[in-house]
Design a protein around this ligand. Structure first.
Ligand SMILES: [Mn+2]
Length: 382
């Protein structure tokens, strides 16, 4: 069998919503243009790397939000790598529906779209490769189609394209859940997965890769601070190798900043910058301010966000600092404050002995809210 390579990507979510509290309108459209450029970069890379096919395992588009001009651009770029074939298995965000964009007549001849929830098979004779795939045809579908999969190729390498949720524990999912153990029973050389945004490789009992989520090439929120890439999969004589090719125009970061020693906004900004030294100026950065600060000290979060916004692409700041009350000292007072703190401390130790973390946290919040109220300050929700 001749050796072949394929490029595998998924979960671009072109036209993504993004967090409106983080991005301005123009940043939001800029981010979507960047995702488009990253996708086009992957198309070009497919040719440069000498790959025999480009596989896109779902969630290429975010619902109906793809712009018509972008569809034309994508079609043009995909056509530019003809005769390299391109396969798309629609996911839950871009599920196949009649007369939708996947039925658009503008797709070039080298693009094949799977349109049924039942598996179809395409044989590429020239490179001796068989590709199986199916499509989401509704936004949710809890069926495990892998149990119904019956490969019937005779020679060459074989790939199954599948958008679904690998469930490590016994949980339910509306997005085609399956057990990872299932993967090595499928009698294909590689299962190209899609749906999860964090890249992952599954290996068989002998330690060889059999399946992979390439992950989203561009991060879409603060939960996606992990690395981003697409897969270059090489097949040679029964050997499968999965390589990550790094992508990602910008990254997300979250930092906890201890503000115990801060008494001015300038102190806070400096502490934030120090904490975020690993972030680049083009990145999205979230700061959680923590620690005990002087009673009555209230930072102007808007001002801090503004100043840090000059340093990074987009910034969010959350004030989780707490007033630095000394509960031991206050508990000794023969005042309403003293009585309040003594009573709350009793309740907190009760919650501790009951091992009720949630109750304890609520009481710890209550003691601070109560003291702020007793001190004539307006309690701030933590
Ligand atoms: Mn999905």
């Amino acid at each position: 069998m001749t050796d072949i390579k394929i490029v595998h990507t998924s979960d671009l979510h072109l036209g993504n919503y993004f967090s409106e509290s983080l991005f301005t309108k123009s940043q939001l459209s800029k981010r979507n243009r960047e995702i488009l450029e990253t996708f086009i970069g992957i198309i070009h890379k497919t040719k440069e790397l000498g790959a025999g096919a480009l596989l896109i395992t779902g969630d290429l588009f975010e619902e109906d939000r793809v712009r018509s001009a972008d569809l034309h651009r994508i079609a043009e770029e995909l056509k530019s790598i003809d005769p390299i074939p391109v396969f798309i298995s629609p996911g839950n965000h871009d599920y196949y529906r009649e007369n939708g964009y996947y039925d658009w007549l503008g797709w070039p001849d080298n693009v094949h779209i799977f349109r049924s929830r039942h598996f179809d098979k395409i044989v590429l004779d020239d490179i001796n490769l068989t590709i199986y795939g199916n499509a989401f045809t509704s936004p949710e579908d809890p069926t495990d189609y892998l149990h119904l999969f019956k490969p019937e190729h005779k020679e060459g390498f074989s790939i199954l394209m599948y958008h679904g949720s690998a469930m490590m524990v016994d949980e339910k999912s509306p997005y085609r859940p399956f057990k990872p153990e299932m993967l090595q029973r499928l009698a294909v050389d590689y299962i190209a997965l899609g749906h999860y945004h964090k890249r992952q490789i599954f290996k068989n009992d002998s330690g060889d890769p059999i399946a992979s989520y390439p992950g989203s090439p561009e991060p879409l929120n603060f939960g996606e601070a992990h690395p981003h890439s697409f897969n270059l999969v090489s097949f040679s004589k029964g050997d499968v190798k999965v390589e990550y090719i790094e992508t990602g125009a910008r990254a997300y970061h979250s930092f906890n900043v201890d503000c115990s020693n801060c008494s001015t906004e300038q102190n806070v900004i400096k502490a934030c910058k120090e904490e975020a030294s690993e972030a680049s100026s083009g990145d999205m950065v979230k700061f959680n301010l923590s620690g005990m600060v002087d009673i009555g000290l209230k930072f102007d979060i808007e001002n801090i966000t503004d100043e840090l916004g000059q340093v990074f692409f987009a910034v969010q700041v959350f004030d989780r600092t707490v007033p630095g009350y000394d509960f031991e000292v206050i508990a000794e007072e023969e005042t309403a404050r003293g009585l309040f703190v003594r009573r709350l401390k009793e309740l907190i130790s009760e919650a501790e002995s009951e091992d009720d973390t949630l109750k304890r946290k609520k009481l710890e919040d209550a003691i601070i809210y109560g003291l702020q109220a007793l001190d004539g300050l307006s309690p701030e929700r933590r």
